[in-house]
Design a protein around this ligand. Structure first.
Ligand code: MTE
Ligand code: HPA
Ligand code: MOS
Length: 764
């Protein structure tokens, strides 16, 4: 099968991802590729083999006897606090007695080789007393088990509004979790420096989180720990918080043994021990008037948080922020419960709770459309956000592109013709049916926690005129390093090879937020722009003094310094030398904090997002009604990139995000046993999208939008939003099922696996 993917826009050449050269040659460095120091030891984690209960006895004798085993670490070896909870201190690094999920770390074997460490692990004998296991959010809620309090967003008066609705529908939905399946598993390498200092190289989205937590667990100040990140072989949110324990464990062993320690999880351990996207069980009530305007919407989200809070409170909050997706609803009441279960703590995953919220209102609209007997896209279109509309959390929608992207998609991709084709096809075919659905998105850009929206960048101009830049941005495949390089080379008018991007390191850029929330390029790019501008101003000053002219508005192009397009007698390199002669500082560490944003958690109102990203996808699929198999024929998207600063990279994010969204909605089926053990623990049982599950045709059109001042170079954040186009695929398949089986009552139980599709086709 051939997948065609093209972007229609003015063709500007874009800088290829700067990592592509070393990636395709296998030369890019990841934690597992690092050259190891002499004396490096290896770690294997002892994980619990029950999901709930307590340890009654542990026998390490056999393991300890194995030649090459250096030491077995438990909670008793921790010199600081046995605590890694980021938002809420509710999670030990190593279980002391109580066990709350299958795979929970109990201890760590340090040995001369990875093989010995794992062999020793198999010799540890643990006895448990088991307690009842909770795996579903509903059960946890019924038993009053939560990791944190519930939240409610409210706009208008739902109760009153429902009284005047022509149509009211209620329903229930389930969306399953999702495994991150980053190509590079979790891992870290800790090396002892002098005087008890430790350097950790970690595959983390949050270097400061690693540093902060290592300091806490090791009982030493943060300045004694340096965290470096070269790049990640994917994070997808799974390394925002959950890269931390492994890095801390490696550091702990290094602290005690004063030797380098490498800890890289194998795939099996990674799958069992780490949290995933949160499954949600939700219920909704939607009310529409005669004109199909949604007048009231209520939803209750039960978030399956797993055994500890991790990032669940922030994720729950984003579910509420996005519970009305790209629609204006005047009366809204949405609540989220963070239910404590015996699953590994669930965590950030591309979209951060937003997709779970959007899936529910899309389900509500699909149900309403079916019951009223209109296409869902009629209801969707009528209710799209307009300029000046209020979100349920009080932010007023500005520079709204919901209508624009929708109308452009409708026209460019000829929605009416598509509908006619689908109808004609369905009339002619008994065993194959086509389905069509539209999916608009509106995704807020900024960390929902206002205080996290800041970053810094450190720029050195070296005496030969070459430049080194450090930011807090972590490269995880999303291309942020390429974007940073573009900014600096443009600011200084230097060719790319004169600018170098350093690995992310906490000693160069400190106290940073993780690379997440799609905001990495905005935050770090703005800080970098500032740093470059400060340095340019200093260089201008040097030029003014040296040439005795006013060079304050000089510009930098092609290694030249220009005033009104005329080059000065000094080029970039000579000016750098002159500035150093004048003893001017050519290093700068600049700070950026997103202006204007705020949020009041007491009132649940504010202006949390710098801006929103919009777009619309039209999805068509063909369902094989004998086998339940389906093919995604086309996903045709109009996406709001703003003024994309790198169209190639941004298109890659749309494609990758969409594929991940399709996987979540159609095939990725996480399965835990009633005992809390992960059954889908290999790629034979956990199906992820491959080339055959991507659409035959993937078209994207860049919406000609202005971008936004708060987006770097008006190039809007692109990392997470496209994932949510995948939600439309669920409904396209559902529409194909309905075309075959008029008795089918739509269920909102994702993923729509071929098995579920088949059952639905023959439901009576
Ligand atoms: N793309 C790749 N290739 N690898 C990743 O790990 N993570 C996603 C998205 N795109 C990810 C990715 C997630 S969850 C986020 S929040 C953003 O990238 C983070 O990067 P950004 O802030 O630079 O967009
Ligand atoms: N996205 C990712 N991480 C976060 C967020 C968010 O919105 N808020 C707090 N941590
Ligand atoms: Mo992304 S889920 O914010 O790392």
């Amino acid at each position: 099968m051939e997948t065609k993917s093209k972007t229609q826009k003015k063709q500007r050449p874009t800088l290829p991802n700067i990592d592509s050269f070393t990636h395709v040659r296998g030369q890019s460095l990841f934690v597992d590729d690092m050259t190891l120091q002499e004396g490096t030891l290896h770690a294997a984690i002892i994980g619990s083999t029950i999901a709930h209960g307590y340890i009654t006895q542990i026998d390490y004798a056999e393991a300890e006897k194995l030649a090459g085993v250096i030491k077995i670490f438990t909670a008793n070896d921790i010199r600081g606090e046995n605590q890694i909870g980021g938002i809420i201190p509710d999670e030990p690094l190593f279980a002391e007695k109580d066990i709350h999920f299958w795979g929970q770390p109990i201890g760590m074997i340090i040995a001369e080789s990875d093989f010995i460490a794992r062999k020793a692990r198999s010799l540890v004998k643990i006895q448990y007393e088991e307690l009842p296991v909770i795996t579903t959010a509903k059960e946890a809620k019924d038993k009053g088990q939560f990791v944190a309090g519930s939240r409610t967003f409210q706009l208008g008066d739902c109760e009153q509004a429902f009284k005047n609705c022509e149509y009211i529908f209620e329903g229930e939905t389930f969306s399953n979790g999702q495994e991150h399946l980053y190509l590079e598993t979790q891992g870290a390498y800790a090396v002892p420096m002098e005087n008890g200092n430790i350097k950790i190289t970690s595959s983390t989205q949050g270097p400061t989180a690693v540093q902060r937590t290592a300091a806490r667990v090791l009982g030493i100040p943060m300045h004694k720990i340096e965290v470096e990140v070269i790049r990640l072989g994917g994070g997808f949110g799974g390394k925002e918080d959950q890269a931390t324990p492994w890095a801390v464990m490696a550091a702990l062993a290094t602290q005690v043994l004063n030797q380098p320690v490498k800890l890289v999880l194998n795939r099996h351990d990674d799958l069992h021990m780490t949290g995933k996207r949160h499954p949600y069980e939700s219920s909704f009530k939607i009310g529409l008037n005669k004109e199909l305007k949604i007048m009231a919407y209520q939803a209750e989200f039960l978030q399956n948080a797993g055994a500890a809070a991790d990032l669940s409170p922030a994720i729950a909050e984003r579910t509420l922020f996005h519970s009305t997706n790209a629609y204006f609803v005047p009366n809204v009441q949405t609540s989220v419960y963070q239910c404590k279960t015996n699953l590994p703590p669930n965590t950030a995953f591309r979209g951060f709770g937003g997709p779970q919220g959007m899936y529910v209102i899309e389900s509500a609209i699909a149900l309403a459309a079916r019951e009223i007997g209109v296409p869902a896209h009629r209801i969707q279109e009528i209710n799209l956000l307009q300029e000046g509309d209020e979100f349920s959390y009080g932010q007023i929608a500005k520079q709204v592109e919901a209508q624009n992207s929708w109308q452009k998609a409708k026209q460019s991709y000829q929605l009416q013709k598509l509908e006619e084709e689908v109808a004609a096809f369905n009339k002619q075919n008994d065993q194959l049916k086509k389905g069509l659905a539209l999916m608009p998105i509106a995704f807020g850009i900024s960390f929902t926690n206002t205080r996290m929206n800041h970053a810094r960048a450190l720029v050195h101009i070296y005496e030969d005129g070459s430049v080194g830049i450090s930011t807090a941005a972590v490269e995880m495949g999303q291309g942020v390093n390429t974007k940073m390089l573009q900014i600096a080379s443009e600011q200084f008018g230097l060719p790319l090879h004169k600018v170098k991007l350093e690995p992310t390191n906490t000693t160069r850029v400190a106290n940073t937020s993780p690379s997440a929330a799609s905001a990495t390029a905005d935050l770090n790019g703005k800080a970098l722009q500032r740093a470059c501008k400060v340095l340019k101003a200093r260089l201008c000053l040097a030029a003014s003094q040296h040439l005795n002219i006013d060079a304050s508005d000089a510009e930098f192009h092609n290694e030249q310094v220009l005033i009104k397009d005329k080059p000065l007698s000094l080029d970039w390199y000579q000016l750098v030398t002159e500035a150093l002669n004048q003893r001017i500082c050519l290093s700068e560490n600049s700070h950026y904090a997103t202006p204007e944003i705020h949020f009041d958690k007491g009132e649940e109102k504010g202006h949390p997002f710098a801006y929103h990203v919009y777009g619309t996808a039209i999805i068509t699929c063909t369902l094989d009604c004998i086998r339940g198999r389906y093919n995604i024929d086309a996903v045709q998207i109009v996406h709001d990139y703003g003024q994309s600063m790198n169209e190639g990279i941004d298109l890659g994010q749309v494609e990758g995000g969409l594929a991940q969204g399709i996987g979540w909605m159609t095939m990725e089926e996480i399965a835990y046993g009633a005992d809390g053990r992960l059954h889908s623990n290999a790629l034979s049982t956990y199906k992820v999208p491959d080339l055959f599950s991507t659409p035959d045709i993937l078209d994207t059109i860049a919406l000609d939008s202005l971008g936004h001042e708060m987006a770097i170079k008006k190039s809007k954040a692109v990392g997470e939003p496209p994932l949510m186009y995948g939600i439309g695929v669920y409904f396209a398949i559902q529409n194909a099922i309905s075309a075959f089986n008029p008795k089918y009552t739509p269920q909102f139980n994702s993923p729509m696996t071929p098995e579920k599709a088949l059952m639905s086709l023959y439901e009576k």
